[in-house]
Design a protein around this ligand. Structure first.
Ligand code: PMP
Length: 400
């Protein structure tokens, strides 16, 4: 019955994990995986999360009852406020549909089904490059996947003119997938002025943005900054979708906690969209898991826990920014030829180093610094002890 199946090649990230585990060199460095690691290179558990879990265990009223298809109501309300700010007109006008999902991936998948059933858009446009799993997820959307220019390899930055040109040529009604902040894999985001120009064209051409936002708060430590583009789209009167993940910003990777939000034209439409999203979750996975939603809600509604979490989030994002700076300083000290400023100006988990596949090969084979061959380096694989070694590896690899 199943023997006709063809084994798919391993995903490059899984391959890096497997090869890293097999490698016995004591100096090996993991620069491949997109999960936050602290200075000790260990998974990080937020203090606020530990405290919230304690409170949940002690809560005598807590049960294991199943959530409704839309998920945990209080969680949905609190994360919508976190995303948009309590006084956002879309919230005050009660026109944001919010449904809990299984992580950011689950949220995108619910979004893909929603597009297929209710938007029926002919095209969805991805930045080039983008997170590889977008291809798998949106393969189910019924829309044909196309691309817009994003990365300028010479500038090692944003190809804004190419991006705007492509937006101008998209058929009306197309969906444009945008990374809200900390673009994966490049770490390159539009500036606020760039966003203004991007949103202008989106409005002129009547396109529908779809924000993938797994890194809000986590990228810069500042929610206002990381949600700027989303809020501007609301101010410009757009109706659109947003997928959130609480894997990174609460460190709840394995709890698979995320949400999908639709900014609608009015309350009546919101009720219909909420219902449609709920019926998709119901048919796909019943409803989201209660535990992660309770942790997030417990933290967000308690001023003390919330502040504690926000402060820790700032230190997490600062550690990543410090590592960028240290790597840059080391490369300058080693007189590595070229301009490495982009290492400092890119943001979030990843640095798109600009190393060629051959140079990456040398990083891996000779120096045991495991990264993706497209040049993407996970910043939190660095710490104050290994950054000098990685810079040396980098310097050496430039000879290839
Ligand atoms: N979108 C992007 C751009 C991501 O990088 C990730 C996580 N790597 C996700 C979505 C999915 O988030 P989650 O891990 O919560 O499924």
């Amino acid at each position: 019955k199943f023997s006709h199946l063809v084994a798919e090649p391993l995903d490059p990230i899984n391959l890096v994990i497997i090869n890293f585990a097999k490698n016995t060199d004591p100096k090996k460095v993991m620069l491949g995986v997109g999960a936050y690691r602290n200075e000790e290179l260990q998974p990080h558990i937020f203090n606020a999360v530990k405290e919230a879990e304690k409170r949940l265990i002690e809560d005598e009223n807590a049960t294991y009852e199943e959530l409704p298809p839309e998920g945990h109501a209080e969680f949905n309300e609190l994360v919508t406020e976190l995303l948009l700010g309590k006084n956002n007109p879309a919230i005050l006008e009660n026109r944001v549909a919010s449904v809990q999902c299984l992580g950011g991936t689950g949220s995108l998948r619910v979004g893909a089904e929603f597009i297929k059933e209710n938007i029926k858009s002919e095209f969805i446009y991805f930045p080039d490059p983008t997170w590889p799993n977008h291809y798998n997820v949106f393969g189910f959307s019924g829309a044909e996947i196309k691309h817009y220019h994003y990365w300028n390899s010479e500038l090692k930055g944003l190809d804004l003119e190419g991006f705007l040109r492509d937006l101008n040529e998209m058929p009306t009604g197309s969906i444009v997938l945008l990374h809200a902040c900390a673009h994966n894999p490049t770490g390159v985001d539009p500036t606020q002025e760039d966003w203004e120009r991007i949103i202008d064209v989106i409005c002129q051409r009547d396109l529908m943005p779809y924000f993938d936002a797994p890194y809000i708060g986590f990228a810069s430590g500042d929610f206002d900054r990381d949600t700027y583009a989303i809020k501007r789209c609301i101010e410009r009167g757009l109706q659109f979708l947003i997928s959130l993940s609480f894997g990174k910003n609460f460190g709840l990777y394995g709890d698979r906690i995320g949400s999908i939000h639709a900014i609608c034209q009015d309350q009546e439409t919101k009720e219909k969209v909420q219902c449609a999203l709920g019926s998709i979750t119901k048919s796909m996975f019943g409803s989201g898991s209660a535990h992660g939603a309770r942790i997030v809600a417990t933290i967000l509604k308690d001023p003390e826990l919330r502040e504690n979490w926000l402060n820790e989030l700032i230190s997490v994002s600062q550690r990543m920014q410090n590592m960028r700076k240290l790597l840059y300083d080391e490369l300058v000290r080693l007189e590595a030829p070229g301009n490495w400023l982009h290492i400092k100006t890119q943001i979030g988990m990843f640095c798109y180093t600009g190393l060629t596949p051959q140079q990456c090969e040398n990083m891996i084979e000779k120096w045991h610094c495991f990264m993706l061959k497209n040049g993407r380096m996970a910043i939190c694989g660095l710490n104050t002890k290994n950054v000098g070694y990685v810079a040396q590896a980098f310097r050496d690899s430039l000879n290839f």
